[in-house]
Design a protein. Structure first.
Length: 185
């Protein structure tokens, strides 16, 4: 079983309140469908601010996700880097700002290498497999219910995880591709 924060896609203004109600009410995380490095991700503490944020984004013709806020993660997440069905590196990211819920290194979070607990590793591998990715950055949160998959990145950045772990992730990817190419000859 893989847990995800309850999430809804909102395409029209009249869907906003229904989506927020369906996921359990505010606070909620609002995300642009296409974003990177934490940009386009906002925490709405209450229903009024959630509706206002979503209306602004929709006025710019943006489809958005509204997602249950996992408060207990407290500005921390885990990135598991999967290559060829193996977790080759993992890091914990922690926001340096106590008021920031996003744990993106590009927003000032710190990153440290970690050894994944077996349950987190199993879930990261399964998540990458389910979306059909040989190379993926799987972002996980520590919730009261256990590991939660926040997202699976098909084009994860390498800089932060290579710096945090000292691993040559790019080399791991190249090695995987070379082995796969050799098998197909």
């Amino acid at each position: 079983q893989i847990l995800l924060p309850k999430t809804a896609v909102v395409r029209r203004r009249q869907e906003i309140l229904k989506a927020i109600e369906w996921i359990g009410g505010a606070p909620v995380v609002i995300k642009l469908i296409q974003g990177t490095q934490g940009v386009g991700v906002v925490l709405a503490e209450d229903l009024v601010s959630a509706q206002a944020i979503m209306e602004v984004l929709q006025s710019a013709n943006q489809n958005i996700l509204v997602q249950r806020f996992v408060k207990e993660a407290r500005g921390r997440d885990i990135r598991a880097f999967v290559v060829g069905g193996k977790v080759v590196a993992a890091m914990k990211r922690t926001s340096s700002n106590p008021f920031e819920f996003r744990a993106n290194v590009h927003l000032g979070a710190t990153a440290e290498a970690i050894k994944l607990q077996p349950e987190f590793e199993r879930i990261a591998l399964k998540a990458a497999e389910l979306v059909g990715l040989n190379v993926a950055g799987v972002d996980l949160l520590e919730s009261n219910e256990g590991p939660v998959v926040l997202e699976v990145n098909s084009s994860p950045g390498l800089e932060a995880i290579e710096q945090a772990t000292g691993m040559d992730i790019a080399g791991e990817i190249i090695s995987f591709i070379e082995k796969k190419a050799a098998k197909s000859k």
